[in-house]
Design a protein around this ligand. Sequence first.
Ligand code: AP5
Length: 209
Amino acid sequence: MKLILLGAPGSGKGTQAAFICEKLSIPSISTGAILREAIKNGTQTGLKAKEYMDAGKLVPDDIILGIMEDRLAEPDCANGYILDGFPRTIPQAEALEKIASIDCALSIEVSDSEIEQRMTGRRVCKDCGKTFHITGNPPKKEGICDDCGGELIQRDDDNPETVRARLTVYHNETEPLKSFYEGRGKLRRVNGVGSVEDIRDSVFETLGI
Ligand code: AP5
């Protein structure tokens, strides 16, 4: 299956991608995670991307498309993949159509007020990137990753001001993708409010997996 996860920042794309990835044994590809890794490694791409990400803006399409063309050509993508955070603009979606035939674009629907509350409570493992929430999806031991024992930290772009900027960018530039995929008969929607496990069950049901 070639699946796109659509949704506002903090709607739970990464959280649900992990469940689908485990169930279908296909890779989950997050452009945000690739960019954060590039920043950590101090690459040219990372240096360019950081100023956009810290301001809550989208990284320019040419940088993202270069990354994704390379990534989707890797052997682990042969049997399908989950795209978490890509495409995020109409030009990105049009470019993707030239290199891949997508089966489904799944939109995880969450209101802006819920998003703002979620983002301040998000904690991410410094080592493996696994995501938690201090109340909604807490780790077994405070501040420690359940999977690898790494330290849990707050992302630089999870402060309230940047979250509001990211939501505005989402509504203006990414939300139109819902109509784009609806027009192609590929859009599915799930309610993203409720327990992580209940949403996982509706995602599986909607995808028929
Ligand atoms: P990216 O890393 O993709 O961030 P995002 O889309 O803003 O999404 P998030 O990772 O913030 O949230 P999510 O939907 O994955 O939610 P999560 O599962 O973590 O992108 C970061 C930046 O990179 C962008 O701003 C942009 O600058 C750049 N970028 C990336 N891709 C790009 C592209 N294609 N083009 C241009 N620029 C690009 O959940 C959030 C929190 O809620 C967690 O704490 C989680 O535990 C909790 N949670 C999840 N589900 C629930 C639930 N049901 N109930 C309660 N809490 C929950």
